[in-house]
Design a protein around this ligand. Structure first.
Ligand code: FCB
Length: 452
């Protein structure tokens, strides 16, 4: 750290994030409807170890304990998602009051603990009944999404200010409909691009509906972004990296912030989506914030595509390269390319094989270093002009990591899946100190992650 101090603005928001399907469990309790992730995880062969989110962290029955841990750590902002089929079992129609009650209690608990709720309306658990009518390939699902969003804002808008429509449209479309590794497991690129368009449209409709329900709501969307770097400085590799950026990032950012699709549209042949009159202006709603999720960069070569093995690189347990400067590069690029609302880092984090040591603690020093290095880069990006207002570590606790099941542990809090016992890792104590200091300084060395 060279005795440097990286202090953040006084009102910078420190937080942690989760998502309903990954932590709640109680998949069929109290009237909850089936989601596409229930269906997917119950399908043999889809999830490592045949794990499911049926119980997960059992947060549905332990939310007050989890809020208590956040309070103990001083985490002042909590990003979580509402399970659409828990509150509207078939995706539309009458709400399920018991499901609503769960979120009522959670939100009240958070506010009593001085924790600001950041609610995500869609973190991937579409009601299965809507999937049965075509899911996101059906444009009309966006109308149901807007109705559901407005219903939630009417219920909770007196207490919740920050509303995110969709978490990572890129992942929903590309991994759910192109590679098929996520629900609903479809493999077709044309379908993927149509779904992406329909998701953006659903987002636009939801923002309009949310604002009509509560004009003071702060609305945003969250996306994952990958800085794309050329493997060498040949013009071919530079072009390959730029093409990948246009395809993965600008394909979502341009409609949202410029009401257009990028020029590479012309090279997509008959894979381009059906876009109707008025769609793009509906998508490009004025937003109150934009959420950036960052995990890794992509290095592109014109001849061999994405390079996965980078000499000397370090990788997390997900096999994702650790590259903190990537977050600065992408924040400065999007700040240059777009007129953006305030930014939040809505996810950033690392999975490691955390083990309980002989002294009964979890010394996850690699995670501490990961967070520290990323915070330094975020701080630098802010100095260079990126308007970042907060940071949410992914994740508050170990949880169901989608197709990877429970083996990938991202949490600040360790979860023992046999007993469901929670235990604060060293990183949780360390992060707590960062929050209390509002940044990093030389006292927060890596060697001695101190207990609060
Ligand atoms: C993101 C997801 C989140 C989690 C992290 C590791 O893409 O939004 O739910 O799985 O990756």
């Amino acid at each position: 750290m060279n005795n440097s101090k990286y202090l953040f603005p006084r009102d910078f928001r420190w937080g942690a994030a989760t998502a309903a399907y990954q932590i709640e469990g109680a998949w069929n309790e109290d009237g909850k409807g089936e989601s596409i992730w229930d269906r997917f995880s119950h399908t043999p062969g889809k999830i490592a170890g045949a794990h499911t989110g049926d119980v997960a962290c059992n947060h549905y029955h332990r939310s007050s304990e989890d809020v208590g841990l956040m309070r103990e750590l001083g985490i002042g902002n909590y990003r979580f998602s509402i399970s659409w089929p828990r509150v509207l079992p078939t995706g539309k129609g009458h709400p399920n009051e018991k499901g609503i009650d769960f979120y009522e209690r959670l939100i009240d608990d958070l506010l009593e603990s001085g924790i600001e709720p950041f609610v995500t309306l869609y973190h991937w658990d579409l009601p299965q009944t809507l999937q049965d009518t075509g899911g996101w390939l059906n444009r009309d699902v966006g109308h149901y999404f807007a109705d559901y969003s407005a219903a939630m804002v009417k219920r909770f808008g007196d207490r919740v200010k920050f509303w995110t429509t969709i978490n990572e449209p890129w992942v929903v479309a590309h991994l759910g409909f192109r590679t098929g590794e996520m629900a609903p497991g479809i493999q077709d690129e044309k379908t993927c691009l149509q779904v992406l368009h329909n998701l953006l449209l659903a987002h636009g409709r939801a923002v309009v509906a949310i604002r009509a329900a509560d004009s003071s709501a702060q609305c945003g969307i969250v996306n994952i972004l990958f800085p794309e770097e050329p493997a060498t400085n040949t013009s071919e590799d530079i072009d390959a990296a730029e093409f990948a950026w246009q395809k993965d990032c600008a394909w979502i950012m341009d409609p949202l912030f410029k009401a257009t699709y990028p020029a590479i549209w012309d090279s997509m042949g008959d894979k381009v989506p059906d876009v109707r009159a008025g769609d793009l202006s509906l998508i490009a709603q004025q937003l109150d914030f934009f959420g950036v999720n960052y995990y890794f960069r992509c290095i592109m070569s014109a001849t061999s595509g994405r390079i996965l093995e980078i000499p000397g690189a370090q990788y997390t347990d997900m096999g994702w390269e650790v590259h903190a400067p990537g977050i600065r590069n992408l924040l400065t690029r999007i700040t240059e390319d777009y007129r953006l609302p305030p930014l939040y880092i809505t996810e950033n984090g690392a999975a490691y094989k955390d083990e309980l040591s002989g002294d009964g603690r979890i010394h996850d020093t690699q995670r501490i270093k990961y967070i520290r290095d990323h915070l330094i880069e975020i701080h630098q990006a802010m100095v260079q002009g990126a308007d970042v207002r907060g940071y949410f570590y992914w994740s508050l606790m170990d949880n169901f990591e989608w197709a990877h099941g429970f083996d990938k542990r991202f949490g600040l809090i360790h979860v023992d899946y046999e007993t469901l016992h929670r235990k604060l890792k060293d990183s949780a104590h360390w992060y707590s100190r960062v929050i209390r200091r509002n940044g990093l300084d030389e006292v927060l060395s890596l060697k001695q992650p101190m207990v609060v």
